[in-house]
Design a protein around this ligand. Sequence first.
Ligand SMILES: Cc1cc2nc3c(=O)[nH]c(=O)nc-3n(C[C@H](O)[C@H](O)[C@H](O)COP(=O)(O)O)c2cc1C
Length: 357
Amino acid sequence: MLYEPFYNPEISYDHNFEKGPFGAFADGEVATDEGEPQYDFFGYKVYSPFGIPAGPLINGKFVQGALDKGFDIATYKTVRSSEYPCHPHPNVLSVNVEGDLTLEIADKGLIADNNYHEPLSITNSFGVPSQAPTFWQADLKNILANVRKGQIVIGAFQGTKKEGGSVEEYINDYIICARMLKEIGVKVMEVNFSCPNEGTNNLLCFDVERSSLIAQAIKSEIGNTPLIVKVAYYKDEQMFRNFVKEVGSIVDGISTINTIAAEVRDIKGNQALPGEGRLRSGVCGHSIKWAGLEMVKRLSDLRAEFGYKFTIIGVGGVTTPSDYLEYRNIGADVVMSATGAMWNPHLAKEVKKLLKI
Ligand SMILES: Cc1cc2nc3c(=O)[nH]c(=O)nc-3n(C[C@H](O)[C@H](O)[C@H](O)COP(=O)(O)O)c2cc1C
């Protein structure tokens, strides 16, 4: 069932930021858990290994709404080292996909509209906006002070490509962000490697050498604070293998997947999201579950082969408690839902019912 989403796609990002969250996230009711939390998350105990990944929790009020509704691992939206604008409205549309969004179907393109329906798949296109650090540091610090027993907040970040900037400056920007998060007492960090890579047209996670360099640089900065890297779907198994071999020995967790890109048009065949570079847009929700599950399985096999210990965080298409179980059964230590949680604020409670928590 689709409930009122906590982020309203019909109104602007700024409007959501100011007035949201909406629906049950704003009702003030707090889901409480009995007893002691049993699940380990980088040495911290949580009631359930389930949460919301980077993106939909756009500020502290949204994070609070998620924690109140029993999402025990809540990720504060990806931040940057300086203020960064959001793409023009709309930023979210429903997409029509029959079954799985395979890479072949994604290549053919999709039709988008405002008719959100089950099974739910959407496209999201924000451009990873960020408030200035003065804002997000204070906002996140405030939330960290209110986290209840058995819950945790992850601080997510990424480096920014600057016009005319060097690769060194790009790498340094990751270090600056990590330092800012550490300063305010973030206990677990996630760095987004499924973002553009300075000096190339590719995603950072597809550049193994640079990913490894950046992961190393961040770890040197934050010491033993756990670091998760967020990666995209890899078509190329050899590249993925190299990535896991190199980066898997440096970081504490790997989260996968982000979205699958497809050309998105309206029913008349026009570009659905206005502006340059927005014909191709990331798709998430039910139709990408196959890709998230496949990546978790591959990751789990590689972790065993290399004898590594990193935590596996499975993301992509989780909209029901049985999706959660599928991820756990295939090798995810932790599971997260973005699209599913947006339209079902009770998903964490439903997962807990299944786990009998
Ligand atoms: C509204 C929205 C905003 C997102 N923003 C980010 C982001 O800022 N950083 C990031 O790493 N991923 C972002 N994502 C991707 C999600 O974290 C997740 O990887 C992806 O949506 C797949 O999960 P899902 O199928 O449960 O939505 C966003 C997703 C959504 C729906």
